[in-house]
Design a protein around this ligand. Structure first.
Ligand code: ZN
Length: 323
């Protein structure tokens, strides 16, 4: 799903909340009018007072008249609420109840996206990510240091540090100030788990995150280049623009001239624009140089915090424990 689609879907959700609030109010009004007929008359008075105010607004010396109508409205409104409570309903039963009191379910406050819209974008993004990566979104709370308990003390301590750094990275993530993380180590040591946990938390904050394996991404880009169709050519701009890009299994993509030049474009553009990335790989620095050349390897290592992962394949360990 593209960022535009996620945004459109989020706006649709917020608008649906607003319509729901209005529908609930309508249903309740019909119900209360038939149960407590006096409320229908009070509602009619309130509505006609609104019209009266509109009529006198443009006239000269209208203050007294407006004040009188407002007084009348207040009284009618108070009576309506009294009737509701006297009949066992909450006083605000007939009010509009929006899900988000900050923006009244419009999604915007003073022209800026509201917290609820950002959250919705994050939620839908997480869903899309989840569907795409075929992995249930990992949480920090599912990550257990006990899988590293057999390691020598120094390495266990290093893993403890890695865990803390990843949690902190997610907690204070800001697209303008966060740096790059380079998670380095063998397969099954928790790199994917921790980077997905970061993705999850950053998405919840309403930022855009793209998470994918290098092999998948290169396949998608290759297909798009091959087809050159309008609707399928938006992966590269999203990769360059998203708030956080997570490249899993960096170095496992097919080594072609196309994939090298794409990787170069992605990494170089993001480093230049100071846009955060998380790169997971088991390539050693020497292997990386050999494969992508000095320039990209040194750009990456100089702009990233390198986190080495130690241990045995924890996925194997988990499987054995759960069997
Ligand atoms: Zn809101």
């Amino acid at each position: 799903m593209t960022q535009e689609e996620i945004y459109a879907r989020a706006i649709g959700q917020i608008q649906e909340r607003r319509r729901n609030a209005e529908r609930t109010q309508e249903t309740r009004t019909v119900q209360i009018h038939s149960e407590i007929p006096e409320t229908a008359e009070l509602d009619r008075q309130l509505r006609s007072a609104c019209l009266d105010i509109m009529h006198v607004l443009g006239r000269p010396d209208n203050q007294e008249r407006i004040a009188a109508i407002e007084r009348h409205c207040k009284e009618a409104d108070a009576m309506l609420r009294q009737l509701l409570t006297a009949n066992g309903y909450p006083a605000d039963y007939l009010d509009l109840h929006y899900t988000c009191p900050l923006c009244d379910d419009t999604g915007f406050v003073n022209g800026k996206p509201c917290k609820c819209l950002k959250q919705e974008i994050g939620r839908i993004g997480a869903e899309a990510l989840n569907a795409h990566s075929q992995l249930s979104l990992s949480q920090f709370s599912d990550f257990s240091l006990s899988y590293y308990a057999d390691l020598p003390e120094k390495q266990f301590y290093a893993m403890q540090q890695v865990f803390t750094i990843c949690q902190r990275y997610a907690a204070v993530f800001e697209p303008q100030t966060s740096g790059n993380l380079f998670l380095w180590g063998g397969t099954g040591l928790g790199k994917t788990h921790l980077s997905l946990a970061i993705a999850n938390e950053v998405l919840q904050k309403g930022y855009s995150v793209i998470y994918d394996s290098a092999i998948n991404l290169m396949h998608t880009l290759d297909q798009e280049q091959f087809r050159r169709t309008k609707e399928s050519s938006d992966t590269l701009p999203s990769l360059l623009e998203c708030d956080l890009l997570i490249l899993d299994d960096f170095g496992t993509e097919f080594d072609t001239a196309f994939s090298r030049s794409m990787m170069y474009t992605i990494i170089n553009s993001r480093v230049n624009a100071r846009k955060p990335m998380i790169i997971n790989t088991n390539l050693t620095p020497t292997e990386m140089k050999a494969r992508y050349g000095d320039r990209i390897a040194s750009r990456l290592s100089s702009s990233s915090q390198i986190l080495p992962f130690y241990g045995e394949d924890i996925r194997m360990k988990m499987k054995i424990e759960n069997s």
